[in-house]
Design a protein around this ligand. Structure first.
Ligand SMILES: *Cc1c(COP(=O)(O)O)cnc(C)c1O
Length: 229
């Protein structure tokens, strides 16, 4: 029944209402349409409906979609998945944002590989805010050190933090991220972004200061296949 344009409209409507309710400025919130596993045609459809920010999780998938959709002006890619060092070049060459930095080595490679003509790559540090074993992200205790190191790298711009809370831990985790973000901004006034909230928990994330919400299912429908993440 619902096509992508309708789902997008509904999401923006919902976002507008939540912003009103919370006294948040709608223009300070970025809605990222997470298109992983979805075909380029679905992205083009969202683009025609006015969407410009898209999220991808897998470097090769990002590259093939970016190549296929290269003629779409102003489209911006957010890389939000785990990133291995042998894949950094694909991301450095296509993404405007990387949300998932949790190792200095990856940031260093991105800095070295970023084509200068693309301008600085915007970086968010991923925090493992629920302290889950074997999950991506640094601990809160490691944040200062990584932020300092990343902030000195050329071709990168430290813009803020990202997190994916464990199920059942959303509210505590979002509140903790809001605090970490406030602390970070004292040292790095430009690091204003807080990427948190997905299709099923974004209104709560918004309440705790999210500035970037990442919606997949709510825009494109259920994913028909899952990959190992
Ligand atoms: C897949 C994914 C999303 C979108 O998830 P939905 O529940 O479909 O909205 C958001 N963020 C990250 C990091 C993801 O991997």
């Amino acid at each position: 029944m619902n096509n992508i344009a309708d789902q997008l409209n509904a999401a923006y409507q919902n976002l507008t209402e939540n912003c009103l309710e919370l006294g948040r400025d709608l223009t300070s919130i970025c809605l990222i349409a997470v298109s992983k596993t979805k075909p380029a045609a679905a992205i083009a459809e969202a683009y025609q409906a006015g969407q410009r920010q898209f999220g991808e999780n897998y470097p090769q998938e990002l590259q093939s979609k970016a190549d296929e959709l290269a003629t779409l002006q102003d489209l911006q890619w957010h890389f939000i998945g785990p990133l291995q060092s042998n894949k950094t070049r694909l991301v450095a060459g296509h993404a405007s944002w990387v949300h998932s930095i949790d190792r200095l080595k990856i940031a260093e490679r991105l800095a070295a590989q970023r084509p200068p003509e693309l301008g600085k790559l915007k970086i968010l540090l991923q925090v493992n805010i629920s302290n889950e074993a074997s999950k991506a992200g640094i601990s809160a205790a490691e944040l200062d050190e990584l932020a300092l190191a990343v902030s000195t790298l050329p071709q990168l711009e430290l813009k803020g933090l990202m997190a994916i809370p464990a199920p059942g831990d959303s509210e505590r985790a979002f509140a903790a991220m809001q605090q970490l973000s406030a602390n970070l901004q004292q040292k790095y006034p430009g690091a204003i972004e807080l990427s948190m909230g997905m299709s099923d928990d974004w209104p709560l994330a918004l309440k705790y200061g999210a500035t970037m919400i990442r919606l997949g299912t709510a825009i494109f429908g259920a994913r028909t296949y899952a990959r190992n993440e």
